[in-house]
Design a protein around this ligand. Structure first.
Ligand code: SF4
Length: 119
């Protein structure tokens, strides 16, 4: 899983909440309107320096009282098999929003959430 950017705060990713936005690289689609080609095209992704998970968790922990949520986006974040484990480790906020392109099957997505929530 390659985390390549964190936006410290956003009011639009998760309407009604202040969230940090975590960007993961990689997406199998090539939408002509894509606004993040640097997170999609392999030759552009290679140029991006990964941010260690530890750094992300430390940032989120520091902002615990200020941020309501963490939004995870891409690229296509659900392509990363490590994402459920990442979310499970992330205990700073009760709310995590995932923006995805529906390539991941609903059943698979549901299984993830059950795993993350410990249901
Ligand atoms: S699904 Fe999203 S990230 Fe992927 S190519 Fe389309 S617009 Fe870009």
């Amino acid at each position: 899983m390659k985390i390549v950017q964190i936006q410290k705060q956003s009011l639009i990713e998760y309407p009604g909440k202040i969230s940090a936005v975590i960007f993961l690289a990689g997406c199998p689609l090539r939408c002509p309107w894509c606004y993040v080609p640097r997170l999609v095209l392999p030759e552009r992704i290679k140029e991006l320096k990964p941010i260690p998970e530890k750094e992300i968790f430390s940032f989120l922990k520091e902002r615990k009282g200020f941020l309501d949520a963490a939004s995870i986006t891409g690229g296509e974040p659900t392509l990363n098999p490590e994402l459920p484990e990442f979310m499970k480790k992330h205990r700073c906020h009760d709310v995590v929003c995932i923006e995805y392109n529906k390539l991941t099957l609903e059943q698979e997505f549901e299984a993830w959430f059950k795993y993350v929530m410990g249901w």
